[in-house]
Design a protein around this ligand. Structure first.
Ligand SMILES: *[C@@H]1O[C@H](CO)[C@@H](O)[C@H](O)[C@H]1NC(C)=O
Ligand SMILES: *[C@@H]1O[C@H](CO)[C@@H](O)[C@H](O)[C@H]1NC(C)=O
Ligand SMILES: *[C@@H]1O[C@H](CO)[C@@H](O)[C@H](O)[C@H]1NC(C)=O
Ligand SMILES: *[C@@H]1O[C@H](CO)[C@@H](O)[C@H](O)[C@H]1NC(C)=O
Ligand SMILES: *[C@@H]1O[C@H](CO)[C@@H](O)[C@H](O)[C@H]1NC(C)=O
Ligand SMILES: *[C@@H]1O[C@H](CO)[C@@H](O)[C@H](O)[C@H]1NC(C)=O
Ligand SMILES: *[C@@H]1O[C@H](CO)[C@@H](O)[C@H](O)[C@H]1NC(C)=O
Length: 353
């Protein structure tokens, strides 16, 4: 019986098999009809800044796995910071400074995202750029166009939080599966798909150094700071930052020694699951985005699945939940640390997350 149905499946035309495979949106058929702002998207904080062999296990890395692996494992929001590489003059994805951690040009990173999106036609992905280079919309759009990714970017109908967000299925059917926010971009003339983040999203504080620091209270933009109910009433989508920086470090380095608790679905002060529950209670709705460092640990996705009511995700590649500690990386780490210390003075006070 089983082999018979298997046989039938193999006989199905490729297109029809594809149609079956595509009934899930963002890893679950249950999410297809839900509005973009009525699900929770797992975000990889500083997605391109990887702490692995390719960066000599840079202490400036916020993720152990690259953007492609993140997407394959269920991450659907990618945050990154742009800076100008002063040597090449190119708009790049760099952590605070291109001398600290240069993950290449913005267009090459966007190309990586595009490659994944083309291979995964039933997924909706969000890019959140911290506009560290203070680029104009035209400059950022040039990167999107060079990467061939602007063609699937979603253009909002409203320039404010009153936007009525389509369902995931509508975004997919319409070929507008990439949502793009920039912090900040006052004028998006010429590239209306580049949305000024704080017109649509509010965030809790991201500068946390102790597990007791996490708070759900609106912190940015200034217009709604400490005024969460106003932010919610305006229709802004909640983005919940949930990562810890090292207490002692002058430069904002991720705290990886407490990571297993920070990203855990439950157990221990400041775990992701409890914070998500608390924010859901305070907001009267689940956060739209949850942004974490080292997303594989926890695993963070299990909290997001719980918020989404997803119990049987499909199409993900399982990934190790291990913390890669200093001993994993050895001598290369200290080399990275020397560079880091030289740049500490430069980085302090710039306020780049
Ligand atoms: C999300 O959708 C559910 C039903 O699917 C609804 O009860 C809830 O109010 C919606 N929440 C938001 C914030 O849109
Ligand atoms: C991402 O990481 C995987 C696993 O290490 C590797 O195979 C792949 O080439 C990397 N992709 C990019 C675009 O760097
Ligand atoms: C800038 O880009 C150049 C050329 O691609 C590259 O060699 C260099 O490592 C990058 N970073 C800095 C800090 O110049
Ligand atoms: C789909 O695209 C059409 C044509 O661009 C547009 O009129 C419509 O509003 C879009 N629908 C959604 C849900 O984005
Ligand atoms: C928000 O509240 C905190 C703590 O009470 C305070 O330090 C901060 O200045 C307030 N921010 C604004 C914009 O009111
Ligand atoms: C919140 O915003 C409302 C409307 O702007 C204002 O009346 C109120 O004082 C604010 N509350 C706080 C705590 O800032
Ligand atoms: C990380 O946070 C934990 C919990 O507060 C703390 O005990 C530990 O010292 C921190 N690690 C570093 C390297 O700051």
């Amino acid at each position: 019986m089983l082999s018979k149905s298997l046989h039938l499946l193999l006989l199905l035309p490729a297109a029809l098999r594809l149609a079956f495979a595509q009934t899930a949106c963002n890893n679950s058929p249950d999410l297809c009809q839900r509005a973009y702002n009525n699900i929770t998207h797992l975000g990889a904080h500083d997605s391109p800044f990887v702490r692995d062999a390719s960066t000599g296990y840079s202490v400036s890395g916020n993720q152990y796995y690259n953007t492609t692996v993140q997407l394959q494992a269920g991450v659907r929001l990618l945050s990154a910071q742009t800076q100008t590489n002063t040597t090449s003059g190119q708009l790049s994805v760099c952590h605070t400074s291109c001398s600290l951690l240069d993950a290449g040009t913005l267009r090459s990173w966007l190309r990586e995202v595009n490659t994944w999106l083309v291979a995964n036609p039933n997924d909706v992905v969000t890019v959140l750029l911290v506009n560290g280079a203070s680029s104009s919309a035209a400059e950022i759009a040039a990167e999107y166009e060079a990467a061939g990714i602007s063609r699937i970017a979603y253009t909002p109908t409203a320039t404010s939080a009153t936007e009525e967000w389509p369902s995931l299925q509508s975004l997919i059917s319409n070929g507008t599966r990439l949502l793009n926010f920039v912090a900040t971009l006052a004028d998006n003339t010429g590239a209306p798909y580049l949305m000024n983040e704080f017109d649509y999203i509010f965030e809790n504080s991201y500068q946390n150094t102790a597990p007791t620091d996490f708070s759900c209270t609106a912190n940015r933009p200034d217009s709604v700071a400490n005024n969460t109910s106003i932010a919610l009433a305006s229709g802004m989508m909640p983005l919940m930052n949930h990562f810890l920086y090292d207490q002692e470090a002058l430069f904002e380095m991720p705290n990886d020694t407490y990571l297993a608790t920070t990203n855990a679905p439950s157990g221990g002060v400041g775990n992701l699951g409890s914070s998500a529950t608390q924010c859901t209670d305070e907001y009267g709705r689940a956060p739209t985005f949850v942004l974490v460092d080292f997303f594989n640990v926890g695993p963070a996705i299990s909290t997001v699945d719980r918020l989404n009511g997803v119990t049987a995700p499909v199409g993900r590649t399982a990934i190790s939940t291990a913390v890669m500690n200093e001993s994993t990386s050895g001598a290369t780490m200290s080399a990275g640390l020397n560079v880091l210390l030289c740049l500490t003075v430069l980085a302090i006070g710039l306020g780049f997350a």
